[in-house]
Design a protein. Structure first.
Length: 286
């Protein structure tokens, strides 16, 4: 029998609030896992972060985020690559099993997505030994096609799998974000094909219209949009992923709420629209 679905609070959901306050609010709400972002960890330092995790009993599900490599060259690319290597060390220090990697957008000089894929694959050849040494999986995250030029040439799960297929599964995997990939009619098949390549899984809800100018910031609490997160999550679980599920929300209206309100609504919406439907489905299949 599979373990029950567990929530992890990704720090993006509480972005305006400091890490210390967020971790303490998560602990009060009974959350056991947290997805960290690099900048807040660097702000308080590794020693204070480790002490905070120990004091709150939180385990780290991921560290976000690095990369944006595909459209960089020269010194800019080298700085980004060095940033990935430093973040792998940071991830190891805080006990994270994975580090989120964003591909980067289409280069202006070469608008071929396949060329960008090949370039990214070559860069992963340099990064993979560092991931292996750190004991941290680099997790390539496909983003919605809306961001193919600005953020990520990798927009589908199958594409992410194509990029990482030649690397050891222990050190390079994929991160599946329901919000970014739900639209793909091949979602279920591609998730099943991903199998043990799935390093992490994130949820939030989708609705239209998207906010402008920052389209990314339209994510909602589970159940407040149009996604069947129970069905999407069941597919990921059937593929073998049994780790914590992060709620990662970018939304300026939500960020204006009191911290404990954000955390409590995260717990409630995750329970009602992710955990309970999935656990019910899995009990029926036993």
């Amino acid at each position: 029998m599979r373990n029950n679905v567990e929530l992890s609070l990704n720090q993006a959901t509480t972005r305006p609030y400091p890490l210390i306050e967020t971790a303490e609010a998560a602990m009060r709400a009974g959350i056991r896992h947290i997805g960290l972002w690099i900048e807040p960890v660097e702000e308080i330092g590794l020693a204070r972060t480790r002490r905070l995790l120990s004091d709150t009993g939180l385990s780290v599900s991921s560290v976000c985020r690095v990369g944006f490599l595909a459209d960089k060259e020269g010194a800019e690319l080298r700085a980004a690559m060095d940033g990935v290597k430093r973040a792998l060390e940071l991830s190891s220090e805080v006990g994270s099993p994975m580090l989120t990697l964003i591909a980067g957008g289409l280069p202006l000089h070469d608008p071929s997505i396949r060329s960008a894929e090949n370039r990214l694959r070559g860069l992963l050849e340099e990064l993979e030994p560092h991931a292996r040494a750190a004991g941290v999986r680099l997790a390539l995250e496909p983003l919605h096609p809306l961001f193919v030029q600005s953020r990520s040439v990798v927009t589908t799960i199958s594409q992410a799998l194509r990029v990482v297929e030649d690397f050891p599964v222990e050190s390079v995997g994929v991160l599946i974000d329901a919000y970014a990939t739900f639209w793909d009619p091949n979602f279920d098949d591609d998730v099943l094909a991903a199998g043990n390549r799935i390093a992490g899984y994130q949820v939030s809800d989708f609705t239209l219209p998207l906010p402008v100018p920052e389209n990314m910031n339209g994510r909602l609490f589970p159940g407040d949009g149009s996604l069947d997160l129970g069905a999407l999550t069941s597919s990921v679980r059937r593929a073998g992923y049994a780790g914590p599920i992060e709620v990662e929300i970018f939304n300026e209206d939500i960020w204006r709420l009191p911290l404990q309100t954000i955390v409590d609504r995260t717990v409630d919406s995750f329970s009602r629209h992710v955990a309970e439907p999935v656990n019910a489905r899995e009990r029926q299949t036993v």
